[in-house]
Write a protein that binds this ligand. Structure first.
Ligand SMILES: Cc1cc2nc3c(=O)[nH]c(=O)nc-3n(C[C@H](O)[C@H](O)[C@H](O)COP(=O)(O)OP(=O)(O)OC[C@H]3O[C@@H](n4cnc5c(N)ncnc54)[C@H](O)[C@@H]3O)c2cc1C
Length: 356
């Protein structure tokens, strides 16, 4: 085996590449991350919400009991490292739409698996001065949002200071992959790991994986109403990022899959917002991104079936904030110590697609 310059080459510095890089730092490994600031990134657009109970039926998020404490600890550690606030703990208030919904939800809150995530406060969130909430609502706790744009900027600065970041666009023609190593930019790496989000669809090494990308749009909205520190969730989310500004989202669409906000999505969100928000507001701007979702809604992690020094860390779908840290840790354990990856995320579940 040729002597290598670095252990890993990581392509892409969204939340996937960043989490992986941070765990490699912890493991004492050498690496370079390639990122191109002019390219789009889902992590730059994401609201960054972490929510343990989702959907109309208040279902506990997959592996929430493991993922949430791990993610909280990961982001808090980065806050200390960068001396800035990244974690915004904030309950999610879900107004009941009807008496029936009130009864269903209240019955569900008795479930011991759900109960730890519901506030026991006797006085529920009082947001009734600006939200239609005639039937009351429930408060989901252990929730909030992560400031992903700030996290990406601070992490990039950190990686750059440690000579671990290269501002460049990666092209497949520039890399040579053999069983002896990966050569890029005249440097030899033991392994290359692709963390390209949606852009993995252009990567011929992994284009056989069943990505089902979903476009999403968010609006930035201002209001003269004093917003309280609750994320409101009823069909859409309203995330206050100051006392008078909020982000409102998100849409789900499949065609066209581009990064441009559209008038149609703005109107959809505006209509939903008008039905729940009582006060005046102004739409400032819209931003759009593409979620790297997967057919079975589980991440895509692991090594290529043929090139065992080529890996992928992707498929974080709608939940990159909570999935990325936990599975970056698991992936590093797998790469470095051969620890088993959770079979639900390991790309070997799709190897039959590659070999057919
Ligand atoms: C509207 C919207 C709202 C969302 N809200 C939430 C939310 O509230 N909570 C949540 O958990 N998740 C949310 N998500 C999902 C979240 O954004 C994703 O799960 C996550 O960001 C995926 O991270 P990633 O690192 O895999 O991909 P990305 O963030 O897309 O990162 C991939 C990076 O690779 C780079 N790259 C690709 N190819 C190359 C190349 N050839 N050369 C150099 N660089 C390259 C890209 O430029 C990019 O920077 C939302 C997504 C959208 C669109």
């Amino acid at each position: 085996m040729a002597k290598t310059d670095y252990d890993y080459l990581i392509v892409g510095q969204g939340i996937a590449g960043t989490s992986l890089g941070m765990h490699l730092v912890e493991a004492g490994k050498s690496f370079q991350i390639i990122g191109d600031s002019s390219l789009p990134s889902s992590s730059k657009v994401a609201a960054g919400i972490f929510n343990p109970l989702t959907g109309k039926k208040l279902v506990k998020t997959w592996l929430a009991d493991d993922l949430f404490p791990y993610a909280r600890n990961f982001y808090s550690t980065l806050e200390k490292k960068f001396s800035c606030q990244l974690v915004h703990e904030m309950p999610i208030y879900r107004p009941f739409r009807s008496i029936e919904e009130q009864n269903t939800y209240l019955a569900q809150t008795a479930d011991p698996k759900i109960a730890p995530y519901i506030s026991q406060n006797e006085v529920p969130a009082d947001v009734s001065d600006y939200i239609h909430a005639g039937h009351g609502g429930i408060e989901v706790i252990q929730a909030g949002w992560i400031d992903l744009p700030k996290l990406l900027v601070e992490s990039r600065r950190f990686f750059s200071e440690n000579n671990q970041f290269v501002e460049a666009r990666f092209y497949m023609d520039d890399v040579r992959i053999s069983e002896f190593g990966v050569i890029w930019n005249n440097k030899i790496f033991s392994k290359i790991i692709f963390c390209q989000g949606f852009m993995a669809l252009e990567n011929q090494l992994f284009d056989w994986l069943p990505f089902t990308p979903v476009k999403g749009q968010i609006l930035k909205v201002s209001t003269e109403t004093h917003l309280k520190p609750y994320i409101i969730n009823q069909g859409i989310f309203m995330l206050p990022d100051s006392e008078s500004t909020m982000r409102v989202g998100a849409t789900y669409s499949w065609d066209p899959l581009d990064w441009e906000p559209t008038q149609e999505a703005t109107e959809e969100l505006d209509g939903k917002l008008r039905s729940i928000f009582k006060c005046k507001y102004t739409i400032k701007t819209g931003i759009a991104g593409i979620r790297p979702s997967v057919k079975d809604r589980r991440p895509l992690i692991g090594l290529h079936p043929k090139h065992r020094n080529v890996g992928i860390f992707n498929g974080l779908g709608t939940k990159g904030v909570t999935l990325a840290p936990f599975f970056a840790n698991q992936f590093v354990g797998h790469l470095e110590s051969g620890k088993e990856l959770n079979p639900a995320v390991n790309i070997d579940r799709y190897f039959s697609l590659y070999f057919r």
